[in-house]
Design a protein around this ligand. Sequence first.
Ligand code: 5GP
Length: 191
Amino acid sequence: MNFRGKLVIFSGPSGAGKTSIVKTLLNKYPELFGFSISATTRSMRANEVNGKDYYFIPVDVFKEKIKNDEFIEWEEVYEGLFYGTLKSEVESWHALNRHILFDIDVKGGLNIKKKFPDITLSIFVMPPSIEDLEKRLNERKTENEETLKKRINKVQWEISMSSLFDIVVINNDLNAAIEKAEEAVVNFLKE
Ligand code: 5GP
């Protein structure tokens, strides 16, 4: 793919604040960035919109797309739950000359960085502590006991991968984290 824009990856544990940071950047720079809407097989949350937050699709459709080579990357992020970046999504932002923001898991983020090393900035969003993350996930009330457990079980491993990212933003305070991420992204776009 011959891409003129840049790719900015936000990865890190569920509940660390990636989505809030990405949404702020999209609102602040609506003409600069596009958001890579992923496909997923998980069910839609009450506050989510199909085609805006994700493309919610059944697992057989997802598997068909894997077979047809429609993904740049995909992962079974949690057991039985598939998430993937569609080539068509990246191509449509490309056609509009936008830089692209990704909210994807650690493996997917590192895969994109490996595929497009020169045009990708990878950012790991770090929670201040695992206890704090657990508290945030509980307060968010988007998970049931089982899905909450799956997310918490993965955190140690995710944090152990943080050193492979270009930068780590610690989310002690959301506004400060947004500021740090914004500064890194703006500098990267100037390169
Ligand atoms: P959630 O279910 O909380 O929306 O997302 C769960 C995890 O899947 C998050 O870490 C999120 O960043 C990741 N994710 C979302 N979309 C993609 C994608 O297209 N590919 C990969 N590899 N991970 C994704």
